[in-house]
Design a protein around this ligand. Structure first.
Ligand code: NAG
Ligand code: NAG
Length: 292
């Protein structure tokens, strides 16, 4: 009896000792696990953080569109020689001279007194001025460093440019260009109230084409940076410019409508590729203040 009971005491203490050792081991394991988990967490966070794209990174990647552009370029030339080419890559008469894109923010002037008797009286209405405030605010919000603010020779374009400048953080010198004034480029197809006879009498395509060539071309060798130009002018020639730069039939110009104060954004890549980003965007003007 005596020995048995001593044995059982010994056994019990052995079991409890083993239990305590186990507890210690588990505790150490848990501590080790905690640290392993902790460091894994840090590593994971670092990896995830680095996988995420930086927020300020520009969304537009010219290289991608350039790739698509080059891919298309290779096939269409020899695909069917009898078919006219759908893209003339030397449309501006230039070759790839440097790497800088040219960005354009083409603005239609605001609502104006279109029934006024003289050109000088064709000023912006109160609503027209308000529309251009929205346009200017929108341009300022993009935090773009604009290089030039150009306007046509007409009073409504000048007034619009002044209001845009008021909204910009860094003020620009206003540049007047009379070749950007409103006009009639070609007779629209389908017929929409402007006939070939009107064009023969009032049309001034040569002047309008001259204005186009002056601004729309890829970066030349003397351009040493990316440029952002605001041009404030008129719906007819702006619509004609859109068709022309896209190499669409220019007679289609009157199928497009542009709201007052709207922004049409076009980028010309250094290889002559075109990116039309918006046509007549006026989403920043409250709906009850939109006119065309
Ligand atoms: C491409 O456009 C340029 C400039 O307008 C012109 O001189 C040239 O003949 C055109 N090329 C083709 C293949 O149409
Ligand atoms: C232009 O936008 C900035 C914010 O990006 C603002 O702080 C500034 O006041 C704006 N400038 C004008 C002239 O309203």
């Amino acid at each position: 009896m005596h020995t048995v009971s001593r044995n059982s005491i010994q056994q019990r203490s052995l079991i409890s000792q083993m239990f305590i050792i186990c507890l210690h081991l588990m505790q150490r394991l848990l501590v080790a696990k905690f640290f392993v988990g902790f460091f894994m967490g840090i590593i994971f966070t670092v990896i995830v953080y680095n996988l995420k794209e930086p927020i300020e990174k520009p969304r537009f990647r010219p290289d991608q569109s350039k790739f698509e552009y080059e891919k298309n370029q290779q096939t269409f030339d020899d695909s069917n020689p009898s078919k006219p080419s759908i893209w003339n890559s030397s449309w501006d008469g230039f070759k790839n001279e440097n790497k800088f894109p040219r960005h354009f923010y083409l603005i239609r002037h605001g609502q104006y007194f279109d029934n006024a008797r003289t050109m000088e009286e064709m000023k912006l209405t109160l609503l027209g001025k308000e529309q251009l405030e929205y346009t200017g605010k929108r341009l300022n919000q993009t935090k773009t460093h604009f290089n030039r603010l150009i306007h046509s020779g007409m009073v409504r374009a000048f007034e619009s440019a002044v209001i845009i400048n008021q909204q910009l953080d860094s003020k620009l010198e206003l540049i007047e260009d009379k070749s950007l004034s409103e006009g009639l480029p070609v007779a629209p197809i389908p017929y929409a109230g402007i006939s070939q006879r009107d064009i023969d009498t009032y049309g001034d395509r040569a002047r309008i084409d001259g204005a186009f060539a002056k601004y729309f071309h890829r970066a030349r060798s003397d351009q040493n940076k990316e440029t952002h130009d605001i041009i404030v002018f008129h719906a007819n020639i702006l619509r004609y410019f859109i068709c022309k730069i896209m190499q669409f039939p220019v007679e289609a110009w009157l199928r497009i409508t542009l709201n007052h104060g709207s922004i049409t954004q076009i980028t010309i890549l250094s290889d002559g590729g075109i990116v039309l980003k918006t046509i007549g965007d006026s989403g920043f003007i409250p709906a009850n203040k939109v006119t065309f």
